[in-house]
Design a binder for this molecule. Structure first.
Ligand SMILES: [Zn+2]
Length: 251
């Protein structure tokens, strides 16, 4: 186990472990047929986000995420996802931001595959944080926003939390936590908005912060939420977090 990771995220588990744990939970506890499950992600575009390997088992991921892990595919994307679920199947969305950690334990940086130097991770979130600090914006804001649309939206989403982030003990960690909450709320809102479009009965959602380590060390995930929605009840009642269920504790 990586001490630096656990120092910052005591509940984090390796990506492999998270993959196995939740797939077996879906399959054994919820009797979900993984061959009929449609998988979607709302993760950052960054090539580093292969820490979990749900794709090994769950084919054809629907990609909702853009920079920072924000579900930029929006309502249209959620509806399309809802329409693509196999007959008698279930839906599963994995979402969250990512954060690098160096061998020295510094957050927001990492050494990537094939490189000897360190770079930012999440690069988009670290750029947003730098601009929050300096109160600057993308040079495309006044030119053609389409050239940097996602980054600009990401920065707008974080602006209301500027003080909270800059006053935090670790603004890098805080930016990532704030982004997790924003993604979490958006996924729930979008799923609720697309409720009538789901032909399946259940939607599973798994959210967390992905922690990117050096290539020799496995990546980690700090799981923050795991829920099952019964589609028919989605707007009427709050889904129960199954993280707290007895079955989950006994895994
Ligand atoms: Zn990123």
């Amino acid at each position: 186990m990586d001490k630096n990771v656990l120092l910052e995220y005591p509940n984090a588990e390796t990506g492999d472990h998270v993959t196995e744990k939740y797939l077996s939970f879906l399959s054994n506890e919820y009797k979900s047929d993984l061959n009929k499950m449609l998988f979607a992600t709302s993760l950052c575009s960054d090539d580093v986000n292969v820490s979990t390997d749900f794709r090994r088992v769950l084919k054809r991921p629907f990609t909702m995420g853009g920079l920072g892990g924000v579900p930029f595919s929006g309502f249209t994307g959620m509806v399309a996802f809802a329409h693509h679920i196999p007959d008698d199947g279930d839906a599963f969305i994995f979402y969250g931001p990512h954060i690098g950690i160096t061998e020295a334990g510094e957050l927001g940086r990492m050494r990537r595959q094939g490189q000897s130097h360190e770079t930012n991770s999440c690069g988009a979130l670290m750029l947003a944080l730098a601009r929050l600090r300096d109160q600057t914006e993308s040079p495309f804001a006044t030119e053609d926003p389409m050239f940097d649309y996602q980054q600009m939206r990401l920065e707008e989403m974080l602006k209301p939390y500027r003080e909270e982030i800059l006053d935090a003990d670790n603004p890098i960690k805080k930016t990532t936590d704030v982004m997790y909450d924003l993604i979490h709320k958006k996924i729930h809102k979008l799923a609720g908005m697309a409720k009538s479009e789901f032909s399946c009965e259940r939607l599973f959602v798994l959210g967390g912060v992905i922690i990117n380590t050096a290539p020799e060390i496995p990546d980690y995930v700090d799981v923050r939420n795991f829920e099952v929605f019964t589609i028919a009840n989605m707007q009427e009642e709050k889904p129960v977090s199954i993280l707290k269920t007895e079955a989950f504790k006994n895994l």
